[in-house]
Design a protein around this ligand. Structure first.
Ligand code: NAD
Length: 264
């Protein structure tokens, strides 16, 4: 069996809302490999869930709304104080107002654009800037994206634009941090039934269609995002990959046309 021991390494996981969160799926293999983790959460409402999930792990839990520079500064100060270094950063959060998933894209309000791009894309830049001084060669930053960055996916609208900005930011950050041996990648996941996804208008239909039409004729499992997210962070598994967006979507992204099923 191929086992990876990352004892002595440290990580910060941002975006766990509950056990269905993709951030939580990525935290599992990291914990199993011996990585000491800190978690940030958006507001006090989420703290009890994190306390319950991380019981017995002596994990550092820090509130952080990524639209607040003061919160970000305090988060990385706390991480620096606890660990003195940072090997892995998992950025698994996004937000756009519900109405942007319901109305046509052409109706996008300026404030909604700003908020979606701020939370879902700029926050990666803001966190990378604060994480980098704690990182050294071999460290990794991972964010989560979705196919709507590249293609029109009904309902995603401004979130698709935010994911496009996120994926471009991954490339620019990877370029900036590459000389220091720090890698930055995005994992583009297929639909998963999380809190954020369920709040998107039409998500149930999209989930069903992806499951029927993907190359593997199924949706992905959170554990598949977890294991490949882990692989993209671990230098010993993916040391040559940076500035990349890799799909974990059962092959859906690579299909160019969907035909009705042939009659039996
Ligand atoms: P989730 O609801 O479990 O996690 C979303 C997280 O974003 C929550 O923890 C929430 O608190 C956090 N968040 C939102 N606004 C924030 C803010 N201002 N400050 C700090 N945190 C904030 O949902 P998820 O599906 O696990 O989402 C994680 C990532 O995965 C997101 O980037 C999402 O776009 C991406 N993704 C999800 C799917 C899917 O179908 N679920 C597919 C592809 C990509």
């Amino acid at each position: 069996m191929y086992t990876i021991d990352l004892t002595g390494k440290t990580g910060l996981v941002m975006g766990v809302a509950n056990q269905r969160s993709l951030a939580w799926a990525i935290a599992q293999p990291l914990t199993q490999a011996g990585v000491k983790l800190a978690y940030s959460y958006q507001g006090e409402r989420l703290r009890p869930t994190l306390e319950q999930l991380t019981e017995g792990q002596d994990a550092l839990l820090v509130p952080c709304d990524v639209t607040d520079d003061g919160d970000l500064d305090a988060l990385f100060a706390a991480v620096g104080e606890r660990f003195g270094r940072l090997d892995y950063l998992v950025h698994a959060l996004a937000f756009a107002p519900a109405v942007t998933f319901e109305e046509p894209f052409i109706e996008t309000a300026r404030d909604h654009w700003r908020l979606a791009l701020d939370v879902s894309a700029y926050s990666l830049v803001a966190t990378a800037k604060r994480a980098a001084p704690l990182m050294s060669a071999g460290a990794g930053i991972l964010t989560l994206s979705y196919l709507a960055a590249e293609r029109v996916v009904p309902h995603y609208n401004v979130m698709g634009v935010a994911k496009a900005a996120l994926e471009a930011s991954v490339r620019y950050l990877a370029f900036d941090l590459g000389p220091r041996g720090i890698r930055v990648n995005a994992l583009s996941a297929g639909p998963a039934r999380t809190v954020a996804a369920r709040s998107i208008a039409g998500f149930g239909d999209m989930y069903g269609a992806t499951g029927r039409q993907s190359m593997l004729h199924r949706n992905i499992e959170n554990e598949e995002v977890g294991s490949f997210g882990f692989a993209l962070l671990a230098d010993s598994l993916s040391g040559g990959i940076t500035g990349e967006t890799v799909y974990v979507d059962a092959g859906f992204h690579a299909i160019g046309m969907f035909l009705p099923p042939r009659p039996a």
